[in-house]
Design a protein around this ligand. Structure first.
Ligand SMILES: [Fe+2]
Length: 288
């Protein structure tokens, strides 16, 4: 049977790629250490398959067709399509149709109704974290797109339920595969709104504490009260909720938090300890 060997989360601020040097050297060094630590933990989990949970930033879908959840079941995916990400060393990315279709079947059996795609383009939400974490070679990648860009969006509670279902899908997959979950996006940011560029540090820090607490109800109540006021990008915390559900809401370990106004995003990075690697992710001094 397959095993869940790691659960991770990373912000994916596009300006990390487009305007890396807009941040001073010492803070670049700090976030580089965070990425290195996240990459180290990810690599040490030795996944055969990475289930990456991210939004679609208007690349595959638009208002005429906007799935709430879409699983990429293709043999390969392409990406990234954004011109300003040219030079990022990914073109064709290997998928894993066997596990992806098993996830679809598990979802349908469990009362979830995702859409599916045999060919997806993976944008910066998928690619920036893997690139900055220096994951090379990439494991087979199964994308899960969660509708976290345009309202109405899936409920926060539903996203945690998705995570629990994903764990069941991994643990019932008959192949002897190691599967890691990587959620991307968030924390607070505001894009194209009147307060574009605002980072809500108070939201981010309280959000992190709720993830740490392991109490999903308190986390959900907090997000119900505060997520909408933390900028439209904070909606991507839903992807972290999928990871949180997969980790049974246990073992959250903040690796770094970097609220860099030059990049518009309260950048957060985390790993959960509740998985089956045989060597739990250990808490270490946060990189920032
Ligand atoms: Fe995003």
């Amino acid at each position: 049977m397959a095993r869940l060997v790691g659960v991770f989360a990373s912000s994916h601020a596009p300006l990390m790629a487009r305007a890396w040097e807009s941040v001073d050297a010492s803070r670049r060094e700090r976030i580089s250490r965070t990425f290195a630590e996240l990459g180290r933990r990810f690599s040490e989990s030795r996944p055969d398959i990475a289930l990456v949970v991210s939004p679609d930033h208007w690349v595959n879908f638009f208002l005429d067709n906007l799935p709430s959840f879409c699983i990429g079941v293709g043999e390969t995916h392409d990406g990234p399509p954004e011109p300003w990400l040219k030079g990022v060393p990914y073109g064709s990315i290997k998928g894993h149709p066997g596990f992806a279709l098993h996830l679809v079947a598990t979802a349908f059996d469990g009362g979830f109704d995702p859409s599916l795609s045999h060919h997806l383009e993976l944008d910066h939400g998928f690619i920036i974290p893997l690139w900055k974490m220096a994951i090379d070679p990439l494991p087979a990648l199964v994308p899960l797109i969660v509708g976290t860009i345009e309202p109405p969006m899936p409920s926060a509670r539903r996203c945690i339920a998705w995570g629990r279902m994903i764990r069941a899908a991994i643990e019932s997959y008959p192949e002897d595969s190691r599967v890691a979950v990587l959620a991307t996006g968030g924390l607070s940011h505001s894009i194209g709104e009147h307060d574009m560029g605002r980072i809500d540090e108070a939201f981010d820090r309280e959000c992190i504490e709720h993830f740490r607490s392991g109490d999903p109800e308190a986390l959900l109540a907090f997000l119900d009260r505060r997520m909408e006021s933390a900028g439209n990008g904070a909606a991507e915390v839903r992807n972290w909720l999928v990871a949180h559900g997969a980790a049974r809401a246990r073992g959250f370990d903040l690796i770094g938090y970097h609220p860099y106004p030059e990049w518009y995003v309260g950048c957060g990075f985390a790993a959960w300890g509740d998985h089956d690697s045989g060597a739990e992710a250990t808490a270490s001094t946060p990189a920032a």
